[in-house]
Design a protein around this ligand. Structure first.
Ligand code: 3HC
Length: 300
């Protein structure tokens, strides 16, 4: 399949995704669902296996809910190759990075990928809050680097934030917007400011919910019920923090706070304590709530 409209500068048929954790595996699924060939890369064989497991579970769930046929699931999985070898990205027209939120790790990945892909390939980061400019300058051509921020669960949430830095080339911006639509997402474009639009607003609210709970102002159930039943949100803030991952939420808050020094974003101490205790949310089986098993959304 050739994904090129008259407006597009590039013909992109193959997308690489680096990092196959919750977000990366979800992004692989999104791309493969839209018919792209996908190469998923992780750092070692175990991590590759775990990433493949995420993809298998998520698509099997869609089959069991009658949302996808088994034939389509097999076709989707057939479009995805997974490996621990970055050089497999050589013929990808777009590479999306979804490794941990640590600037040095992201810069290292971008520096390496820059040497592997073709000169006109687009390099995108799924960073939640780090400076896209700081990531882009690890490459020889920062003008081809852009932010492409998905929301959790990536196969479900319609939004992607496209982050344009002062040096992102206009044709890169146009092409990434086009690809976002082909991935059946609604893109919004935002400048390179910590937290972009959604996390800057959302994390301040979630942080306040943690403070309320920490100060025993209300129970976790009542805080969550207030926001679901009173404000029509699909999940309460503490349940949502468990979905996002407390470590991810902390990293995002910390970055936004360091940039703006707005108290709203100063991470609540309880977040740090829970992270130290390994209570990261759904992925470890316990956060504000306790789950049936790690990765499950079923509260016990
Ligand atoms: N992966 C794939 N699909 C999933 C999924 C997952 N992890 N979780 C749910 N789904 C799908 C289900 O299969 C179902 O699909 P269907 O309608 O086609 O059958 C649909 O989503 C609804 O799922 P459920 O009926 O099981 O549950 P809910 O209706 O309660 O929805 C939810 C679950 C989609 C998680 C919903 O509660 C929600 O949207 N919550 C808010 C999530 C949110 O705010 N995300 C943004 C977080 S911020 C972020 O990610 C940024 C980062 O940088 C920190």
């Amino acid at each position: 399949m050739l994904w090129k409209t008259p407006d597009m500068a590039r013909e992109i048929t193959k997308i690489g995704v680096i990092g196959l954790g919750t977000m990366g595996a979800g992004i692989v699924e999104v791309c493969a669902r839209s018919g792209f060939e996908v190469v998923g890369v992780e750092m070692n064989a175990d991590a590759v296996e775990r990433g493949r497991g995420h993809l298998q579970n998520s698509t099997s769930r869609a089959v069991s809910r009658g949302k996808m046929s088994e034939e389509d699931q097999q076709a989707l999985l057939g479009r995805v190759t997974t490996t621990d070898d970055l050089s497999a990205l050589a013929d990808c027209g777009l590479v999306i990075e979804a490794v941990p939120e640590v600037l040095s790790i992201k810069r290292d990945v971008f520096g390496k990928v820059d040497d592997i892909v073709a000169d006109d390939a687009i390099l995108a980061t799924n960073t939640s809050s780090l400076s896209v400019t700081d990531i882009a300058t690890a490459t020889r051509a920062p003008s081809r680097v852009v932010g492409l921020h998905f929301f959790n669960p990536a196969p479900v949430q319609k939004l992607v934030e496209i982050i344009a830095t002062v040096i992102t080339a206009p044709d890169v911006l146009e092409d990434i917007r086009d690809i976002a639509r082909r991935l059946d997402k609604e893109p919004v474009v935002v400048g390179d400011q910590a937290g972009f639009i959604a996390n800057r607003l959302l994390l301040a609210y979630l942080n306040r919910a943690v403070s309320m709970y920490e100060n025993r102002y209300a129970s976790r159930e009542d805080i969550d019920a207030a926001m679901t039943l009173g404000c029509g949100l699909p999940m309460g803030p503490l349940a949502l923090l468990d979905l996002i991952g407390l470590d991810v939420a902390y990293a995002v808050l910390d970055t936004i706070y360091k940039e703006g020094r707005d108290k709203l974003h100063a991470p609540s101490p309880m977040l740090k304590h829970m992270i130290a205790a390994g209570l990261l949310g759904r992925k470890t089986g316990r956060g504000f709530y306790t789950y049936e098993k790690p990765g499950s959304g079923k509260v016990v």
